[in-house]
Design a protein around this ligand. Structure first.
Ligand SMILES: Cc1cc2nc3c(=O)[nH]c(=O)nc-3n(C[C@H](O)[C@H](O)[C@H](O)COP(=O)(O)OP(=O)(O)OC[C@H]3O[C@@H](n4cnc5c(N)ncnc54)[C@H](O)[C@@H]3O)c2cc1C
Length: 401
């Protein structure tokens, strides 16, 4: 029989968001319990595993070759015709992670700081007292039990049920999500295994892209994201990926998958509210994902760091009200949230382009322009369109201004 438990903070989910929140809380001397329904933290992965060095540093992590398995210095973008645009990542690049090891590492760091972890433990819903979330109900190996707490942090990913069970609406329209499908593949014949490779085109991935993220010389995550569950002609993400692989024998002829990953990626980066009395929502559960490339690890960890800081203050001041916890939401919306709002405009603009427009892009843009665009700087684009692509100007004005 699993006994009922008590702590300051229950974190639901031991992904990048949950374990980062737990690590910072525990470091601050807060009594924290993390529950995860998976029997093994980090597996199965639902991720292409790309992250920038800057994002790791922001949450105090130093890349370790055990989990930062391949250094990346930039990206090659491919227009539908195959024309390439190379861009180098500023501020010393990034990595492809081995997430199964990375997630265990950040969980272990949280445990070393004092957090308690429970794996194979499903949170089934929140408990409430006087309108405040006061803990969770959970199941472990057939036993039902309760964990009473002063605060619950919902870090339970894109399928979050915890925020919903507390009464928050964190689910968006189907078209606010990408369907992601990926193979990790071995024995690829790749050029530039220190670059991300990203392919655009209506026949390749409608309103999305195919990626090859190298984990080494001949191993890579090869995946696709398309908007919604199926394209207009009824094809699923898997169909697009299989076709891409078949159409590129020069890369894939002698390769095979060693893993399949699939999952939803929230790309609208917006939910109405991130807190309630006694509750905070972080990471994919709060749709804190980059609307341009669907990357969420960096945002999840940074949001968790901010949430842990505000949660610590709230606990010390014995005020777990929504108003107090809103300080987290405010900071997030003024920083990463504001950046994501800008990038959502770029996404809405890109979704209106056809293959010819992407070809034009490849003709007129330089590598450093991609860095400017993904940094949310668009003014230069209007000037460029005025000179070199007047047809795109009104569209750009409508969506980017
Ligand atoms: C195909 C694909 C490729 C991607 N590629 C990248 C990439 O290259 N780079 C990048 O930055 N991001 C990428 N992402 C997004 C990234 O994986 C997420 O943004 C990131 O995992 C979010 O972290 P999180 O901690 O919020 O959620 P998650 O990593 O989803 O963790 C949530 C955790 O909560 C647990 N959980 C859920 N419900 C419960 C419950 N009721 N009780 C207990 N535990 C529960 C889950 O088991 C899980 O461990 C990709 C996503 C997909 C689908």
């Amino acid at each position: 029989m699993q006994p009922n438990l008590k702590c300051d903070v229950v974190v639901v989910g031991a992904g990048p968001a949950g374990s980062t929140a737990a690590r910072f809380l525990a470091k601050n001397g807060i009594d924290v319990i993390v529950v995860d329904k998976r029997q093994e933290i980090g597996a199965p992965k639902r991720c292409a595993e790309g992250i920038r060095l800057k994002a790791l540093e922001k949450v105090g992590l130093k890349p370790n070759p055990a989990w930062a398995v391949n250094s990346i210095r930039g990206a090659v973008l491919y227009a539908p015709s195959g024309k390439q645009l190379k861009t180098v990542i500023d501020d010393s690049g990034g990595y492809i992670l081995e997430r199964k090891i990375f997630e265990k590492h950040i969980a272990a760091e949280a445990i070393r700081a004092g957090a308690r972890y429970m794996v194979k433990t499903l949170a089934t819903g929140v408990m409430k007292e006087n309108g405040y979330v006061s803990g969770i109900r959970a199941e472990y190996m057939g036993d039902e039990f309760e964990i009473k707490s002063r605060l619950v942090i919902a870090a339970d990913g894109v399928d979050s049920r915890i925020a919903k069970s507390a009464g928050l609406d964190t689910v968006n329209k189907v078209t606010d999500y990408h369907s992601g499908f990926q193979y990790e593949m071995a024995n690829l014949n790749m050029n530039d295994s220190d670059m991300l490779h990203i392919y655009f085109g209506d026949n390749i991935a409608p309103k999305g892209y195919v990626w090859i993220f190298p984990k080494g010389k001949d191993i890579a995550n090869v995946g696709v994201g398309i908007l919604g569950l199926k394209s207009d002609d009824g094809n699923r993400a898997k169909d697009y990926l299989d076709r891409f692989i078949k159409d590129h024998p020069e890369i894939f002829k002698n390769s095979s998958p060693i893993e399949i990953n699939a999952g939803g990626v929230p790309v609208s980066s917006s939910v109405d509210t991130l807190v309630a009395d006694g509750l905070m929502v972080v990471g994919d559960a709060a749709q804190q994902v980059n609307p341009i490339h669907g990357g969420g690890i960096a945002l999840a960890m940074n949001a968790a760091r901010i949430a842990a800081d505000i949660a610590t203050k709230a606990i010390r001041e014995n005020d777990l009200s929504k108003e107090k916890l809103q300080e987290y939401e405010k900071i997030w919306r003024e920083t990463d949230g504001a950046r994501m709002k800008k990038l959502l405009k770029l996404r809405n603009f890109l979704e209106k382009l056809d293959d010819n427009d992407f070809e034009k892009f490849a003709d007129i843009l330089k590598g450093e322009d991609i860095v400017r665009l993904t940094g949310g700087r668009y003014k230069f684009l209007l000037k460029l369109f005025m000179k070199k692509a007047p047809k795109m100007l009104s569209l750009a004005k409508k969506f980017l201004i």
